[in-house]
Design a binder for this molecule. Structure first.
Ligand code: AP5
Ligand code: MG
Length: 220
């Protein structure tokens, strides 16, 4: 049976950072809805043009578009053993659609690590984040600097600051998260798959707690 892990947390909580580590450790693809949208914006596709205006305002892209995008991604052969989902689902409608599509793939949401970080740290982390242009690898001036300034350690591409990391947009992203995404915390807690993770520690210590969460998943 395929394994699906959904990483939940506010903007800047460390979803992408931990999903990259977990993806490598578990040999499962990292599926980030935000990364797929950014790739489409870079390539100037119709989807990219549609998503850009929502992302720039820190609003969510409509459910129908986002669900179709994730369905397409999870249907690809590299996801046959499952995936690490980051940034999806983000609304109750997306969570319901995910359950239905995973059932079609003979799977289910197996584990939801919920990375909790206080708002003040989120803003600090996002204002010092640098992202790689080519593959979206994540760095931070203060907490996880690249070996060479402005260059990705993994693929040598240029690092840039995301447009939606401006303080006003970050504040709206956090508000949107609280209003539309945070109901998923109680939803997944009630289905027994949620595991609380303290995200306010060093990246490697958060990663260690995630490894423990995988043991919790095996006990389910
Ligand atoms: P998305 O790209 O998903 O952004 P997000 O959820 O706002 O989350 P971020 O990527 O900003 O944060 P993260 O939790 O991944 O943190 P990271 O690991 O980078 O979505 C962007 C937009 O796309 C949305 O606003 C929406 O418009 C659209 N969208 C995407 N999915 C959608 C969906 N399902 N439905 C509708 N619309 C959707 O870490 C942040 C920084 O902190 C980094 O610099 C990192 O190095 C650093 N850091 C990480 N961990 C630690 C640590 N433990 N200690 C110190 N620093 C740390
Ligand atoms: Mg991210």
């Amino acid at each position: 049976m395929p394994i699906y892990i959904v990483i939940l947390g506010a903007p800047g909580a460390g979803k992408g950072t931990q999903a990259e580590i977990l993806s490598e450790n578990m040999n499962l693809p990292h599926v980030s809805s935000g990364d797929i949208f950014r790739e489409n914006i870079k390539n100037e596709t119709e989807l990219g043009k549609h998503a850009d205006s929502y992302m720039n305002r820190g609003e969510l892209v409509p459910d129908d578009v986002t669900i179709a995008l994730i369905r397409d991604r999870l249907s690809r052969p590299d996801c046959k053993n499952g995936a690490i989902l980051d940034g999806f689902p983000r609304t109750p409608g997306q969570a319901e659609a995910l359950d239905k599509m995973l059932a079609e793939f003979d799977g289910k949401v197996d584990l939801v690590p919920f990375i909790l970080v206080k708002d003040e740290y989120l803003i600090e982390r996002l204002s010092s984040r640098w992202t790689c242009k080519d593959q979206g690898h994540i760095f931070n001036d203060k907490f996880n600097p690249p070996k060479e300034e402005g260059i990705c350690d993994f693929d040598g591409s240029e690092l840039y600051q995301r447009d939606d990391d401006k303080p006003e947009t970050v504040k709206n992203r956090i508000a949107v998260y609280l209003e539309q995404t945070s109901p998923l915390i109680e939803h997944y807690r009630s289905t027994g798959v949620l595991k609380d993770i303290n995200g306010a520690r060093k990246i490697e210590n958060v990663a260690k707690e995630l490894v423990l969460a995988l043991q919790f998943m095996e006990e389910l």
